[in-house]
Design a protein around this ligand. Structure first.
Ligand SMILES: Cc1cc2nc3c(=O)[nH]c(=O)nc-3n(C[C@H](O)[C@H](O)[C@H](O)COP(=O)(O)OP(=O)(O)OC[C@H]3O[C@@H](n4cnc5c(N)ncnc54)[C@H](O)[C@@H]3O)c2cc1C
Length: 474
């Protein structure tokens, strides 16, 4: 640590860079920035600094590099794997980007918008809509997460099936490198084969390779018609056959295809009493389907009805309901969206955010359900998720005969059964949420030494001092 690098000297210089009012050090001011969204990780920080411009961010990172001060880039702090909070050492500077929230430009003809990292996702969606365009990234945290965080976690959400992950929605980035140099890569090009695609390195890097300060995002035509249906089926295999049929007949109009098991739906009905299910009887599995189109709902709703009639004719779907109004569509979506909250009301369960190839989902669930039932008779999987992307939230609720404490003690053993099975089916142990602190050790079991070495080599090249979000991912 150089002389100018004592904690008080770093603080003093940080205050000179961003203004004293934008450097927080009091315990009460730090609290929202050092505890994660699920309150599983709680760290300590030297301070939180909130830059208001690229120049201030550059100056802060240069200060950290010069004084070997670890830094934690942070957006809305909604990470679900402890990626956005400092460790317990109390030496890190949290650099929170929330003040950098300008939309720099919207270019409707190029179908792009250039935004700063601290823009809240919902504000970006609204700005796109105001320009008669769609920015399709959508997730439950959209009112508080920021685009810098979405990019750094390569967030997914409910429209990946049609528009891809965040990675697919970006054309250019502006990044402050760990040295403090600025990479100005804000290109709005759909074709640019001039060497390595550097922006992809920073997307999904969870703040370990640099601080994203701005991005050029892709915009799409705004859908005018949306049709939503809820279908009852008797197996996961039939759900996958339905997915294939809808893809064949609706093409890229298919924007969402979600699965929920009977147990997941029953939890919603138990803990959200106003919920309305459009069927008089229960089914083993349910699919929620959304089509959207630049044509009106009058055009797209009959298409969805005819596809479901076809599916019923083929014996794939047993019963289905197509929403006839926006409020009916919202009620059907609520069944799916309320699973997260309902499972919490039932008690703490063991969560897994996994992906397997779509063609393997049926067998993966059969094999893994059976392995868990053999190890823990009476275990209750809450199975739901973005099945159209091969992404399952496979959350395991305790057998009713067990108690919560005893069940939480099984976390590692249950995780091993699930993750080993995911690996056997060629899947991923983190489909959406990243590695952060939560899965940093776990990933070593499933990625090859070659792959881990490549990741470490990239980290060493870009961040030789190891100051950028240390202790996360690697
Ligand atoms: C209710 C809820 C629902 C969610 N639903 C989904 C979902 O459906 N799909 C999904 O994929 N995720 C989901 N998430 C998790 C998801 O990762 C975050 O919501 C979001 O993408 C993170 O954005 P953030 O601004 O909060 O980032 P933070 O939590 O602040 O940071 C996340 C990571 O990005 C880094 N980071 C943040 N900003 C920058 C920057 N400017 N430059 C470099 N690194 C940066 C941080 O260091 C950290 O590693 C959900 C979270 C919650 C709480």
């Amino acid at each position: 640590v150089s002389e100018g690098g004592t904690p008080s000297a770093v603080l003093q210089r940080a205050k000179e860079i961003v203004g004293a009012e934008n450097v927080f050090t009091a315990t009460s001011d730090l609290a929202p920035y050092v505890v994660d969204a699920r309150k599983r990780y709680s760290g300590r920080a030297l301070a939180v600094a909130r830059p208001g411009s690229v120049a201030e961010t550059v100056a802060l990172v240069k200060l950290c590099a010069e004084t070997r001060t670890p830094l934690v880039p942070q957006g809305g702090n909604t990470s679900l794997c402890g990626a956005s909070v400092p460790d317990q050492a109390g030496t890190a500077l949290v650099i929170n980007l929330s003040r950098m929230n300008r939309i720099r430009q919207i270019d409707p003809l190029n179908n792009t918008m250039t935004v700063e990292a601290g823009c809240i996702l919902a504000a970006i969606q609204q700005a796109a809509a105001d320009a008669d365009r769609l920015f399709p990234l959508s997730l439950a945290a959209e009112g508080s997460c920021e685009i810098g965080g979405n990019l750094s976690t390569n967030a997914g959400g409910v429209q990946v099936l049609r528009y891809g992950n965040t990675r697919d929605l970006v054309l250019g980035l502006e990044v402050v490198l760990p040295s403090g140099e600025l990479w100005e890569g804000l290109r709005g090009l759909r074709k640019d084969n001039t060497g390595y695609d550097l922006k992809q390195l920073f997307i999904g890097a969870e703040g370990t390779l640099g601080i994203i300060t701005a991005a050029v995002l892709k915009l799409f035509p705004k859908p005018r018609g949306v049709a939503v249906a809820f279908a009852g089926l008797d197996s996961v295999g039939q759900v996958l056959r339905l997915l294939s049929l809808v893809q064949a007949l609706a093409g890229e109009r298919l924007t969402a295809f979600e699965l929920m098991s009977d147990f997941a739906l029953r939890l919603v009905l138990k803990h959200r009493p106003g919920s309305q299910v459009p069927f008089a009887r229960e089914f083993a599995q349910y699919a929620l389907i959304e089509l959207s189109d630049t044509q009106t709902a009058e055009a797209v709703t009959p298409l969805l009805e005819s596809i479901l009639a076809d599916a019923m004719g083929q014996g794939i779907v047993i019963d289905a309901a197509v929403a006839q109004s926006e409020s009916q569509a919202a009620a059907l979506w609520a069944l799916r969206e309320n699973v997260s909250e309902a499972q919490g009301a039932e008690g703490r369960n063991l969560k897994h955010d996994v992906a397997v190839p779509i063609s393997a989902i049926d067998e993966f669930l059969r094999v893994t359900d059976a392995a868990l039932a053999a190890a823990y008779p009476g275990v209750r999987p809450v199975t739901f998720g973005h099945v159209g992307d091969g992404n399952l939230h496979y959350n395991i609720a305790r057998p009713e005969s067990s108690n919560e404490q005893a069940w939480l003690a099984e976390t590692k053993a249950v995780q091993k059964i699930v993750h080993d099975s995911v690996a056997r089916f060629g899947g991923s142990i983190s489909a959406e949420h990243g590695l952060g602190q939560l899965k940093r050790e776990e990933i070593l079991r499933y990625k090859s030494a070659v792959e881990m070495d490549l990741m470490r080599a990239i980290k060493r090249t870009l961040d030789p001092l190891g100051i950028m979000n240390p202790g996360k991912v690697l």
